[in-house]
Design a protein. Sequence first.
Length: 139
Amino acid sequence: MRDAKDDTDTMTETEIDSRALTTCAIAPDGKMISLGFTDASGQPVAVRLPLEQAGALAMTLPALIEQALRRQFRDDSLRFTFPLGSWAVEQSPDPGTNIVTLRTPDGFGVCFTVQRQQQNALGEAFICDCPWRSPFPTH
């Protein structure tokens, strides 16, 4: 991963220093997502992303935020966490997995598919009074 402003590529990039996130919108056909910002000079700007790129961004941001937090405070134990407001478990179309949805009190939510073996290990982790590490591979 590169550091911001350490790009040595010959391609010219347009950098926008955001001062505020102002709008979030979805195209009528659901194929694009738009994020509106106010830049450093107070001008409105927007980034439009196809759904696939927005999904890739959503998967990338948590790790970037955690790394930035750790670098800023020079503490590798820090995590960027959210309070849990609600959760739901539902059967997925695959009988070997469930869909687990975790939501914050303000509605931010993430859905995970969880295999039966992972469900059992997670349940044990919640009832165990011992430090727990996932026995499953993570990225």
